[in-house]
Design a protein around this ligand. Structure first.
Ligand code: ATP
Length: 333
């Protein structure tokens, strides 16, 4: 296993700049998520790392070794695709052993990685006898088997239903960690990136616009776009004076220098329904069971949202509520 260093990668397809000076570092044994909307360049980055696409300029170093000009097979980087990666005529054990040097196929590595992904004892099954989630587990086991210096995961859970995805994410993350793998996960799903990654690189228009630990990207997003892409955001015009933001929701602590006209970020989970506070009208409730998102409007016309825990009474449009903010507001750049 090795670290990954991507230096100023550029790639254009005709007039379209798919990668615009992308720089990214992933320390050995860590998982980085490249998170961004459709068309931002995620797949292109992954294909450049794997060697399926040549770069226009820049460098890719894996464990300090420059692989930029090497063909895919010389890079020994493993890719877990979205789905359908298994050989249908080979059983699970043979699928997993496929990537191993011939001499190692009889050793215990295939069984070891199958156990890592929670499929001990499944070696004799055929791919069509497995669920979609189990097939993806096998795909991860096959990727890990030859101990590649780097594992690339291309939206590996996108074809699976939501309930299955959460469990699979946890198990695959644990398997990668147990094996010490250095990995890059490409996804447009912020929940997937947040829950799995040590570090998130947010991509937009071919550029990495922010990178850092998930809590930092969520808590202190670089700008309003990142704030809204990684979660629900309440963006309010504000004046900041002596560490307090003066907003339509009242005074909220804000660790920032004084400024007359700014935009601050508050997350909906910071907006509480209280006995007294700023008056608002419920416009809609999006109910999710474990919690609900209330779409609200203040009397001055400001629209915002509040996240309330499940088990609270359902709210109906037109209902009047009072709001209070918990925690700090973040000044956006
Ligand atoms: P998605 O999540 O939809 O897969 P993405 O973030 O992976 O999107 P890319 O597939 O990397 O985005 O595409 C980035 C940009 O480069 C897009 O504008 C796309 O149209 C363009 N592009 C990608 N591959 C090619 C190609 N082979 N030829 C021409 N344009 C391409």
């Amino acid at each position: 296993m090795s670290s990954l260093e991507v230096r100023e990668l550029r790639k254009a397809f005709g007039q379209v700049t798919a990668l615009d000076t992308v720089t990214l570092g992933v320390p050995e044994g860590e998982l980085a998520a490249v998170l961004g909307p459709s068309g931002c360049g995620k797949t292109t980055l992954l294909r450049c790392l794997a060697g399926f696409t040549t770069v226009d300029s820049g460098r890719i170093l894996v464990g300090g070794r420059d692989v930029t000009a090497l063909p895919p097979e010389k890079r020994r980087i493993a890719v877990v695709p979205q789905e359908g990666a298994l050989f249908p005529h080979l059983d699970v054990a043979a699928n997993v052993a496929y990537g191993l040097p011939r001499a190692d196929r009889r050793g215990g590595r295939a069984a070891e990685v199958l156990e890592l992904v929670g499929l001990a004892g499944y070696g004799r099954r055929m791919p069509h006898e497995l669920s979609g989630g189990q097939q993806q587990r096998v795909a991860v086991a096959r990727a890990l088997a030859p101990r590649p210096p780097l594992v690339l995961l291309d939206e590996p859970f996108s074809a699976l239903d939501a309930g299955l995805r959460a469990e699979l994410r946890r198990d695959i993350r644990a398997a990668l960690r147990a094996d010490g793998a250095t990995a890059v996960l490409v996804t447009h799903d912020q929940g997937e990136a947040m829950s799995m990654a040590d570090r998130i690189a947010v991509m937009r228009g071919g550029r990495i616009v922010q990178s850092g630990p998930p809590a930092d990207v969520y808590g202190t997003p670089a700008d309003a776009w990142v704030a809204g892409f990684v979660g629900e955001a309440v963006l309010l015009p504000a004046e900041v004076r002596a560490g307090q933001a003066l907003t339509a929701l009242g005074k909220v602590p804000c660790p920032a220098p004084d400024t007359a006209a700014a935009t601050v970020l508050i997350r909906p989970e910071q907006v509480e329904l209280a006995g007294e506070g700023v008056a608002a009208t419920v416009e809609r409730e999006d109910f999710f069971g474990h919690d609900a998102l209330l779409l609200l409007r203040l009397d001055d016309g400001t629209a915002l949202s509040a996240r309330v825990l499940g088990g609270m009474p359902r709210r109906v449009p037109g209902e009047r509520v009072a709001l209070r903010v918990r925690g700090e507001a973040r000044l956006l750049g």
